[in-house]
Design a binder for this molecule. Structure first.
Ligand code: NAD
Length: 515
């Protein structure tokens, strides 16, 4: 790609130019080390910042899935022939290559998705870190030697599934492509990333960079295309060992059922409706900054977004005013401007969902404290047609309000007051989700007690949103199951094989058992 410095303004033309620079022969699937144009339905990409179409590409369809699976099956065999030290060396090179391409990947991500460039830069750097972290594990996957009765030497080895298919959403395409490929690759699998049809570009470019850094052809493939065609074909094919899915609850369930019927296990990372609990004894200024970051970074298009703000009654009025005042100062605008903190909603469909849910929250009794009008700078610019939603805080969002339990996936937080710790915990758990949450307090015992009581895969005390690839991440309930990071994920992407050897054959009779 030839772009080395950030374009200065988001526009439909900029998005088109950035995409053309990355893929001079056009966008397509990444199969066996090259871009392969699809033969199916045309998919139009729309610039979130302008609302205008800027490019299109063709869906690979079910036929394209076959080529991807052939590629990945051959890739898995080639990758499996390397030992852990060889895989580690190549993944270290991938990490370095991603680091060298951080700025390019960030510009591509920002221009094609509308994600603020400052966030895109941080996420691209995180992807390099993911490959670095898991490269360190590739040569450390050990089994166990297990004592058993009798004269046996019994041990286990970790065996990769072969082909892992990872379905990813549109809110963090590059980040989730890295998160869901580095670990399975380190464990010895080949991967096929199926990015959202709305945001495929950075995943394809990541796979290209990994290939150029020495990953053998077929080990990292990208199925740029539709969920119901190539996605469905990939999650039900017997050549697939395991599926990981990141996305919405209904689609995740559909994918998991279809995969299960084909005998394929699925790891699910779904949505959330996380509670951010603020006690009166908290550092309120820091808690307000945390509440802002929890819901408005990424324009709320974040699975762990702190979309419910529960504030102890004695400081409730003061605190929500603080948050509203800080929200009103957030810089909303051009994603490619390094000052921008909040970008547009990435897809038109999601924009309609978010605005509809704000109306529902108001209908159900919420009072808007901030978030109505677009700034003049947006209204009067080429960006006026974009999918903009101003950071929105509704107060008085009670347990009966639809915003209590419905994931918005946009910059919308519902606040309410509570009196006791037990009440706060009950409200936090008043959802079928269980992804994340936080508590703000200076009482250390209460902090740990609340952390224990709230149903969440990730919980922060006096903090919000920090995650790291070294730490397990995943949900309870409707937020999914399985953990997609940390050392434990290497067990998700391998299976144990047990090997039995009699050390004194004469003393090791053949048992008459039937299982
Ligand atoms: P989505 O469920 O609409 O789509 C996710 C992916 O599934 C896309 O790539 C889509 O093409 C694919 N898909 C659709 N139908 C399919 C099918 N039949 N077979 C195979 N694949 C299919 O989700 P989205 O709207 O892209 O993302 C938003 C959701 O993702 C939110 O609910 C959010 O909370 C969740 N999310 C969760 C996490 C997490 O780690 N828990 C992270 C990011 C986003």
């Amino acid at each position: 790609m030839t772009i080395t410095t950030a374009p200065t303004a988001s526009s439909t033309a900029t998005a088109r130019a950035v995409l053309d620079a990355a893929f001079p022969t056009g966008l397509g699937a990444f199969v066996s080390g090259r871009i392969v144009p699809g033969g199916g339905e045309t998919i139009t990409l729309t610039a979130a910042a302008t609302g205008e179409a800027f490019a299109s590409y063709a869906d690979p369809g079910a036929e394209g899935a076959d080529a991807l699976l052939q590629s990945a099956t051959a890739g898995a065999a080639a990758w499996g022939r390397l030992n852990g030290f060889e895989r580690a060396a190549i993944l270290r090179n991938v990490s370095r290559a991603v680091e060298q391409h951080t700025e390019e990947l960030a510009i591509l991500e920002s221009a094609t998705t509308g994600k603020p460039i400052r966030d895109a830069r941080a996420e691209a750097a995180k992807v390099a870190e993911m490959f670095g972290y898991y490269s360190g594990w590739a040569d450390k996957l050990t089994g166990q030697t297990i004592p058993v009765p009798g004269n046996w030497h019994t041990y286990t080895e970790r065996v990769p599934w072969g082909v892992v298919v990872a379905i990813t959403p549109w809110n963090a395409p590059l980040f989730t492509a890295g998160w869901n490929s580095a670990a399975p690759l380190a464990a010895g699998n080949a991967v096929i990333i199926k990015p959202s049809e709305f945001t495929p570009a950075s995943s394809v470019r990541l796979a290209q960079i990994a290939y150029e850094a020495g990953l053998p052809a077929g080990v990292f493939n990208v199925a740029a295309g539709l969920g119901q065609t190539v996605g469905a074909a990939l999650t039900t094919d017997p050549r697939v060992g395991k599926v990981s899915f990141i996305g919405s609850v209904p689609t995740g369930r559909r994918v998991a059922v279809a995969a299960a019927q084909a005998g394929i296990p699925a790891l699910l990372e779904l949505g959330g409706k996380s509670a951010n609990i603020v006690f009166a004894d908290a550092d309120l200024d820091r808690a307000a900054d945390g509440a802002i970051s929890a819901i408005f970074s990424g324009a709320g298009q974040s699975c762990v977004a702190g979309s419910r703000l529960l504030v102890q009654r004695s400081v409730h009025a003061e605190f929500v005013e603080m948050v509203a005042a800080k929200a009103a100062l957030l810089r909303v605008g051009d994603p490619l401007d390094t000052e921008t903190e909040v970008g547009p909603i990435i897809t038109a469909r999601q924009f309609a969902t978010v605005t509809g849910l704000i109306d529902a929250g108001l209908d159900d009794g919420g009072r808007r404290l901030t978030g109505a009008d677009l700034p003049e700078a947006l209204r009067g610019s080429a960006l006026r047609g974009g999918h903009w939603v101003m950071p929105t805080l509704l107060d008085g969002v009670t347990a009966e309000n639809r915003l209590e339990t419905t994931e918005v996936f946009g910059p919308v937080v519902g606040a309410d007051a509570f009196d006791t710790e037990a009440e706060a915990v009950a409200r936090a758990n008043n959802t079928s989700f269980g992804l994340a949450g936080a508590v703000w307090t200076s009482d250390v015992s209460r902090a740990h007690h609340v952390a224990r009581e709230v149903k969440a895969g990730t919980f922060w005390i006096n903090a919000y949103k920090t995650i790291h690839v070294a730490v397990p991440f995943g949900g309870f309930g409707d937020s999914g199951h399985g953990r997609s990071s940390g050392p434990g994920v290497l067990d998700e992407y391998t299976q144990a094989k047990a090997v039995w050897v009699p050390t004194r054959a004469a003393d090791s009779p053949f048992p008459s058992l039937s299982y």
